[in-house]
Design a protein around this ligand. Structure first.
Ligand SMILES: [Zn+2]
Length: 246
């Protein structure tokens, strides 16, 4: 089934992008994506996927909205203080693009829910701040053969890693363990997390739609203080505890 007139009207400006077009838009519309955590990084990332016309978003994010979240979590609103963040994010996205289906799960990814949630999506956008969650999604994506766009930031630095199981290194090929001294709370300006989010969203949109090149297996590293972007090639680790059997 091709695009409707409504689709053509909504996405007219991106349909003009060379190499994109109607077939790419259809692929986006037929895709379900998990965005794990919709805070300072996952929030703007989910926003861009909704703007681009992804078919369905599954948002996984636990906890209630606190004042300190509002310097960066742009899917939230002051009126939602004290309420579940996942539900607030869904409301914002649905108001912005009612043609995108949004499912809000008020839990972070954990060992009890990871497999079932990832089973119902085509691609995972990992914006979780804790390595335990990132490792869990990485392991499930490798097991289920699903691509994952891993996004992370700290202070003025960020990185995006598009991972394709069986083709590229996985997250644990180069992070065998949780790095020492990793802290849950870290310094962040919303413009920095949104910048990393936009690169993650773009790499995912390229991967889904066939718009190339996708920087699969590379660490796209940003130093936003100096506006320096580097691409670092990674290699699969034959001793990786997660993907060595692929
Ligand atoms: Zn690996």
């Amino acid at each position: 089934m091709g695009l409707s007139e409504q689709d053509r009207a909504l996405y007219a400006w991106q349909l003009d992008v060379p190499g994109f077009g109607e077939a790419a838009q259809e692929k986006l519309r037929n895709t379900t994506a998990l965005v794990s955590r919709v805070g300072g990084l996952g929030g703007p990332l989910a926003f861009q996927l909704a703007a681009a016309g992804i078919g369905k978003l599954v948002l996984a994010h636990g906890g209630e909205l606190k004042p300190a979240d509002l310097n960066r979590q742009i899917l939230m609103r002051h009126a939602c203080l004290g309420q579940e963040r996942a539900a607030c994010a869904r409301e914002t996205l649905q108001a912005f693009n009612p043609h995108v289906e949004v499912e809000a799960i008020p839990e972070n990814i954990n060992p009890a829910n990871a497999a079932a949630i990832i089973e119902k999506v085509d691609i995972v956008f990992d914006a979780a701040p804790l390595f335990e969650e990132r490792f869990l999604m990485n392991r499930e994506c490798v097991r289920q053969g699903k691509p994952m766009i891993d996004c992370a930031m700290y202070n003025m630095e960020g990185q995006v890693i598009p991972i394709i199981p069986g083709q590229t290194a996985c997250l644990q090929c180069f992070y065998p363990e949780v790095p020492p001294h990793w802290k849950r709370r870290f310094p962040v300006i919303g413009a920095v997390s949104a910048l990393v989010a936009n690169i993650g969203a773009l790499e995912g949109i390229k991967l889904i739609s066939g718009l190339s090149p996708v920087h699969a297996g590379q660490i796209i590293y940003l130093d936003t203080m100096n506006l320096d972007v580097r691409k670092i090639h990674t290699q699969r680790n034959p001793d990786c505890p997660v993907c060595c059997d692929l």
